[in-house]
Design a protein around this ligand. Structure first.
Ligand code: NAP
Length: 255
């Protein structure tokens, strides 16, 4: 029970990495607010946590909307008090290289992945437990290395990487005692990757093989691999870490 009596907010908690993180943190004693665009997705995760004896609430939230951040944080703190852990996980991907991606694609991806994380930190920091709070921003290996087909996603995840450090420095200088770190998943078997492969049609099988060949451990990761990293950053075991980037990619970026 590494998170006994902690209050956690996970965005995009209705599927994939957000779902696994919500379940993993709840299993360690946290009360988890699972937020998502789709109510039924968040409710399904909450039901699973409750069935396992945990405590969770489902909230509908679009992370790109400042007003919904205010409502979400107010609902959580009214019911459970100060927030201990924020996991900014919600994210989207749209393929496209620098010549083909549209400005609409760019704005959509950056509004969710980059602005959503900024708005989340800004809304939660005043309502977080001081000292002891932990903010975990889900970036990507795509925030560290480039991909010709992911110009907007690359930019959005690189923004998460350095805004994490800016917020970490601010919280330290302000004496908040709130730690801010980023996680950089490699290729993880979730709907995001499955949808990306499906969109490739006939080229998917060859691309899948190419990815696996580039991952030193020889396989894609599971959502629980990232949830375990989030648990570490949420817990006191990482109390000397802030402004850091935790890469969980099977060795992909070690080349
Ligand atoms: P996923 O299964 O598609 O989960 C993303 C979740 O975010 C979905 O529940 C989605 O809801 C939600 N979401 C999307 N836009 C939102 C918004 N505006 N407001 C609130 N929620 C929103 O994908 P995933 O792989 O678990 O991704 C989770 C995070 O990990 C993302 O930030 C992603 O960029 C990052 N990541 C993933 C990988 C990977 O290989 N899978 C690698 C590196 C980083 P809907 O389903 O209703 O749209």
């Amino acid at each position: 029970m590494r998170l006994q009596n902690k209050t956690v907010l996970v965005t995009g908690g209705g599927s994939g990495i957000g779902e696994a993180t919500s379940v993993r943190l709840a299993a360690e004693g946290a009360r988890v607010a699972v937020t998502d665009l789709v109510e039924s997705a968040a409710q399904r995760v909450v039901a699973n946590i409750s069935d396992a004896g945990g405590t969770a609430m489902a909230l509908v939230q679009d992370v790109t909307l400042e007003s919904e951040w205010e409502e979400t944080v107010a609902t959580v703190t009214d019911q459970w008090g100060e927030i201990d852990v924020l996991v900014n996980n919600a994210g989207v991907a749209r393929p496209g290289n620098v010549e083909e991606a549209t400005l609409a694609d760019w704005r959509f991806v950056n509004s969710v992945n980059s602005e959503g994380v900024f708005l989340g930190m800004r809304a939660c920091i005043p309502k977080m437990r001081k000292p002891g709070g932990s903010i975990i921003n889900i970036s990507s290996i795509e925030g560290i290395v480039g991909d010709p087909l992911l110009i907007a996603y690359n930019a959005s995840k690189a923004a998460v990487r350095t805004m994490t450090k800016s917020a970490a420095l601010h919280c330290a200088e302000a004496g908040h005692g709130i730690r801010v770190n980023s996680i950089h998943p490699g290729f993880i078997e979730t709907a995001m990757v499955a949808d990306g492969l499906a969109a490739m049609g006939d080229a998917a099988a060859e691309f899948h093989q190419r990815i696996i060949a580039a991952i030193p451990v020889g396989h894609l990761g599971q959502a629980m691999d990232i949830a375990n990293a989030a648990l570490f950053l949420a817990s006191e075991e990482s109390s000397y870490m802030t402004g850091s980037e935790l890469v969980v990619d099977g060795g992909y970026t070690a080349h």
